[in-house]
Ligand binder design. Structure first.
Ligand code: MLT
Length: 276
């Protein structure tokens, strides 16, 4: 059953999707963090195929979907994502979970690893990178803020479309393009603006990779033009014993672009590394 639920934390709503697969009454939990500028619904293909013995939870990150943007006077940082993930785990009385993130969601996962590593018992890093933004990327974030100010969410989506979706999807999967467009257009300007500021100011997380002791998998779409196969291979080399899955005919949003292959790689990782 796919359930949307929300709770209050520090005067804000935190909203999430929660799906329990078939099997034991005490399932293991995978928490999935979404990409920019989207929301928890981007995990729909995976939420529709939760394996036996697992529970998948996908929150809307702060300011996206149905989660409140928070205090407008507080400077946004990826630490906000850590705060909300930990609040969600506390709310659900979950000591630790397998934590997954795609792109911006991966940056959120790194924020949790930095400040609350004991809450993470496994890691899924999809189409993301550990490095902080360099000068060029930060300038491009400023350009994106201008695009947002002029044209709103629709203009941000059009600017991102070529990188966000792989060449195969853009050419032959119009329903996926439309689904991503709808999700992006549903986001508020304030949520997107504060999201961009978090992307731009996130710290470098490279040092976390070699310190990881939990099972991990790096997943990447072979046509990803934002955080490509080279980034994925570099992260994979830095994490001892990690798995690597390269998703064929998929770009940056590999879980949506080729869901069968992504979901199978994820299920294999969970079954082999977290056998009950
Ligand atoms: C995302 O998909 O979350 C963004 O592309 C991340 C980024 O721009 O760094």
């Amino acid at each position: 059953m796919n359930m949307r639920t929300q709770f209050r934390h520090s005067g804000r709503d935190i909203s999430y999707l929660d799906v329990v697969g078939p099997g034991p009454s005490q399932p293991q939990t995978l928490l999935l963090l979404h990409a920019f500028p989207l929301a928890a619904e981007m995990w729909q293909p995976q939420l529709e195929s939760v394996p036996a013995g697992w529970r998948f939870i996908a929150p809307d990150l702060r300011g996206f979907g149905s989660s409140s943007p928070g205090d407008p006077a507080a400077p946004p940082s990826v630490g906000d994502y850590e705060e909300d993930v930990v609040a969600l785990l506390d709310h659900l009385a979950l000591d630790s979970v397998v934590l997954g993130g795609l792109s911006m969601g991966g940056y959120g996962a790194f924020a949790v690893l930095r400040r609350a590593p004991h809450r993470v018992r496994g890691l899924v890093l999809a189409d993301t990178r550990a490095e902080a933004d360099g000068e060029v990327a930060r300038a491009s974030r400023d350009g994106m803020l201008e695009t947002l100010a002029i044209g709103g969410a629709a203009a941000v989506f059009e600017r991102m479309r070529p990188g966000l979706l792989g060449v195969t999807t853009r050419a032959s999967r119009p329903a996926v393009v439309e689904r991503v467009r709808q999700l992006a257009l549903a986001q508020t300007d304030v949520g997107i603006r504060r999201g961009i500021q978090r992307l731009k100011t996130r710290p470098d997380s490279t040092a976390l990779l070699s310190r990881l002791t939990c099972p991990a998998i790096v997943i990447v779409g072979e046509e990803d033009e934002i955080t490509g196969v080279d980034d994925a291979r570099r992260m994979h080399r830095q994490i001892a014993g990690a798995d690597l899955a390269i998703i064929s005919r998929a770009g940056h949003l590999s879980n949506l672009e080729h869901p069968e292959e992504f979901t199978a790689a994820l299920a294999r990782f969970l079954a082999t590394r977290f056998a009950p």
